[in-house]
Structures are given as C-alpha cells and as structure tokens.
Design a protein around this ligand. Sequence first.
Ligand SMILES: Cc1cc2nc3c(=O)[nH]c(=O)nc-3n(C[C@H](O)[C@H](O)[C@H](O)COP(=O)(O)OP(=O)(O)OC[C@H]3O[C@@H](n4cnc5c(N)ncnc54)[C@H](O)[C@@H]3O)c2cc1C
Length: 406
Amino acid sequence: MNNPNIVIIGAGYGGIMTAVKLQKSLNVNDANITLVNKHSYHYQTTWLHENAAGTLHHDRTRIQINDLIDTSKINFVQDTVTKVRPDEKKVTLENGELSYDYLVVGLGFEAATFGISGLKENAFTISSINSARLIRQHIEYNFAKYNNEADKKEERLNLVVGGAGFTGIEFVGELANRVPELCKEYDIPRENVRIINVEAAPTALPGFDPELVEYAMNSLEARGVEFKIGAMIKEVTEDKLIFEKDEKREEIATNTVVWAAGVQGNSLIVDAGFETNRGRIPVRDDLRAPNYDDVFIVGDCALIMNEETERPYPPTAQIAIQMAEHTAASLTKLVQGDNHLESFTPKIQGTVASLGHSDAIGVVFDDKKLFGWSASAMKKVIDNRYLLKLGGIGLLLKKGKLNLFK
Ligand SMILES: Cc1cc2nc3c(=O)[nH]c(=O)nc-3n(C[C@H](O)[C@H](O)[C@H](O)COP(=O)(O)OP(=O)(O)OC[C@H]3O[C@@H](n4cnc5c(N)ncnc54)[C@H](O)[C@@H]3O)c2cc1C
C-alpha cells in the first residue's frame, strides 16, 4: 500500500483526540491524515449546558481546530459529512468526496425523541454551540419581552427541562444560578419564574448513588428548582407541555422546553448500513465496526458493554477520549505493518455532575463520594486535565477553569 489515507470524521472528543495523538505517533510520510468537521472549531460538549444557560460564554467552550493540529501532518477539511459508504471506502461531503484506507467515525450524538408528539418541532436540545447559543438567546428574549406585553404570558417564564439524567440536572443547576441574574436585569420578581424538571423514571439521576441524588435534589430545590418525578412527557406544543403522572394528565404553560432525556448515535451511521443497536454501533473489542476491518468507531456512535453490569456503558466524554487514544495506537500499529490490535477496556476514573457554580456531586477513585465544593473542584480538575492533554499548558491557561473554588 502507498501511504494509507486515514480519514477522521467529526472533531469532538473522539475525533480531535485521535488526530492529536496520530500527529504525535506518525511521521509526515507514514500516512495522509484528513480530519473533517462541520465547524472550524472543536467544542467541549460537556460545557454546553453552561453556554445554554448563559453562565459561560460559548467562546470559552470552543477551540479553533487549526490551533490544535499540526497542519503539516493533518489536512483539516471544514465540511459536513452527508453519507458514509463503507462498502466503497468513501465518505461523501456537502462539497466533495474522500476515499479512505482507514476511517475513524467520531460524529457524536443526536437527541433521541422516542416519538413524543411535537417534541422534535417544539423543544430545544443542548447539542452544539449553535443550539446552546439559541437556548440562551431564546430565554433572554422571553425575559426581555415579558414586561413589554400587556397580558403577561406565564409561558415566557416557565422553563421546563425534560430529563433528570446527567445533562438535565447539570442544566437546571446552571439555570438556578442564572435566573436570579436575569430577574434583576429585566425587573421580574423571582417568584414569577419557574424552573421545572420533568423525569419519567422513579428517581432523578437514575444509576447514581441515592445519597448523592438526595443531596443534588435538596441543593437544587433550595435554589427554586421544581421536580416532577415519575412524570411522562406526552406532548410538546408551541406554548405548553403535557405530561402524565399517577395516571393524571397535567399541563405546563411554556414556550421553553429543553429536551435532555436521551441520546443516540449520529443517524448517518444507521444510513451507512452499519449494524446498529439503538442508533449506536456495537463495536468489536478493538473498536472496529462489525464486518469492517478498516472502520474504527469512537465516542457516542460506539456501543460497548460493561461485562459487570451486563449493560452498555453510558456514552461519555471520558470514554470517547480513551477510545480515541486506543484507536490512534491501533492505527499507528496498522500503518507500521503490525496487525495485532489490543482490546479496549474503559478505565472509569469517576463521574462528577455539576449542580452549578461551586456545587456538584460525584464518585471518584472507585467509590469515594464527593459533595459540594470538593466535587465541583474535582470537576474542574477533570476538565483542565483534558485541555492539558489536548493542547498543552498554553491551552490550559487560555481556556481552563483555573479557579477551582469559583
Ligand atoms: C450538556 C452535556 C454535559 C455533559 N457532561 C458530561 C460530563 O460531565 N462528563 C462526560 O464524560 N460526558 C458528559 N457529556 C457527554 C459527552 O459530552 C459526550 O459523550 C461526548 O461529547 C461524546 O464525544 P464524541 O466525540 O462522540 O462526540 P461530540 O463531542 O458530540 O462531537 C461530534 C463532532 O462531530 C461533528 N459532526 C457531527 N455531525 C457531523 C457531520 N455530519 N459532518 C461533520 N461533522 C459533524 C460535530 O460538529 C462535533 O464536532 C455531556 C453531554 C452534554 C450534552
């Protein structure tokens, strides 16, 4: 084979880390590496809820890709992938086509809407810089509009979040901090604004330690968040949300529903004809797609099983980064003529969910529970560690959360 063409699609945690690792492990003459991404920037998806609430500007969250890659080793193409054609070893872009010898799919997630009526059309999702910026501006617009109308519309000030999993809880935590600032700015009494979290499961944060869940709910309720637990969203319209709880239907007047209750892999992987399970590819031990020795899947498009729990690992940035490091090592071996690839096993170093400002909950080092400022500081350490790994000390100083206690 001449120099192989390695094409990486998506520059999220999985894609960008694969590129950054490959540029260290391969020489210019070893392979032609192309990275494709919709935008000129990589963003930290794990900070998007802060951008959406307006507690952190989106420019802190995004990093120009050309500042992260060595352009003498990696060709960056800003374009949108429209089709993956694994049988032809090609990727179709909006403005062209690429052929590959090895493909790394890191196209991330999409909201799973479970067929709920009106959800796709009327709810927001926190999935990109653009979608987060839209939510922030929509909320601010409603606050600004409220005192300009004779009939004060309560739907403008009822902020509903669907789902009390990781993302939903992190977002209501930020809203709880942001709403008092917005009330002050737009002369609206705090008691006129509701932040309502609607969750179908019998508990918030399913799967988390019950003591941590209780702490999180107490902290959020103390800051004005209302929980509707065991409540199934049935319909979302332009100005209301309908849910069913204890066999009773209830309505909330709202024009702000943020759906944070489920993700699936990017639908392009289903269209490509890969074997999928609930929108994700059940990858082989070495992260290659079933039946395709030349296609690696990293991040939220991949499904891997936790043998202890016999359930899939939840998709996380932590696992996406580890998959990228593993895939870069595998590709380096293949390019150097070694076909013996190692199996991938994620090393879960901990899970920390922010509750806004300097509050959080988490479990680290296997079973150590953290609450409050210590968990919040740990979350910032995790984020800073990623920036250091991705772009060194310069990136950490530019974008990091250096004050661990704020
Ligand atoms: C609000 C929020 C908070 C979270 N908090 C945490 C946390 O604290 N810890 C944790 O571990 N995980 C967290 N997660 C989950 C984590 O963010 C995801 O698991 C992670 O982003 C997956 O990485 P990825 O590389 O697969 O995809 P992404 O990071 O989603 O990246 C996908 C990339 O592909 C690009 N792309 C998509 N489609 C196309 C296309 N057609 N053409 C070209 N480019 C395309 C996108 O622009 C993006 O750059 C959180 C998620 C959210 C939404």
